[in-house]
Design a protein around this ligand. Structure first.
Ligand code: FMN
Length: 172
């Protein structure tokens, strides 16, 4: 792999990936003691049968071993006005500080964190996982989905937060 992936290839990859616009999500879980969560944009729909998705999580992330151990996680799609949540879950803050907002609730059914007024929340059971490079791909079978009627996602593209207001909604 090293022979075909030279430094220029990696630089071009990083530059091109900045063009991949994504909805900002919080991937979260909960062990016997406390919730854990982090921002992730590497989140993809996988299959409708079974309803499933995948998330790519860095092996060094503090949530990583907890997702493996607990075998469940939630994926919360943030709204445009929830950038402060992303700022909290992106780095530095302790897990207690990340979940300090009263907007965070616990789904008693699944023992997983969920956020009031999010775009959508998927409660997932870990179906399988595999490692590649620095990350683990976690595949989740969806146990329940909560969805908001309004479509107003917090987006991330070219290293900056964005929203649909600045984009033509429907291309013809
Ligand atoms: C916009 C944005 C998107 C991110 N997407 C991912 C991602 O998809 N996967 C990942 O492992 N980390 C991602 N991160 C980085 C983690 O959120 C960050 O490293 C987090 O602090 C890791 O959790 P920890 O501090 O609890 O270890 C992203 C960060 C930001 C700001």
């Amino acid at each position: 792999m090293e022979a075909i992936q030279n430094e220029a290839c990696v630089v071009d990859f990083a530059k091109a990936m900045r063009r991949l616009a994504s909805t900002v999500c919080v991937v979260a879980t909960h062990d016997d003691v406390q919730p854990y969560g982090m921002v992730a944009t590497a989140v993809t729909s996988l299959s409708a049968t079974p309803a499933s998705l995948l998330v790519c999580i860095n092996k060094d992330a503090s949530s990583h071993p907890v997702i493996e151990r607990v075998g469940r996680f939630s994926v919360t799609l943030l709204r445009k006005d929830q950038r402060h949540i992303s700022d909290r879950f992106g780095s530095r803050y302790s897990q207690a500080e990340r979940f300090a907002s009263s907007q965070w609730k616990m789904s008693m059914r699944w023992t997983l964190p969920c956020l009031e007024n999010a775009q959508a929340t998927f409660f997932c059971s870990l179906a399988r996982q595999f490692e590649h490079g620095t990350h683990t791909v976690f595949v989740g079978d969806v146990l329940q989905t909560v969805v908001n009627d309004e479509v107003d996602p917090l987006l991330y593209a070219d290293g900056a937060y964005r929203c649909l207001d600045s984009v033509q909604a429907h291309l013809t």
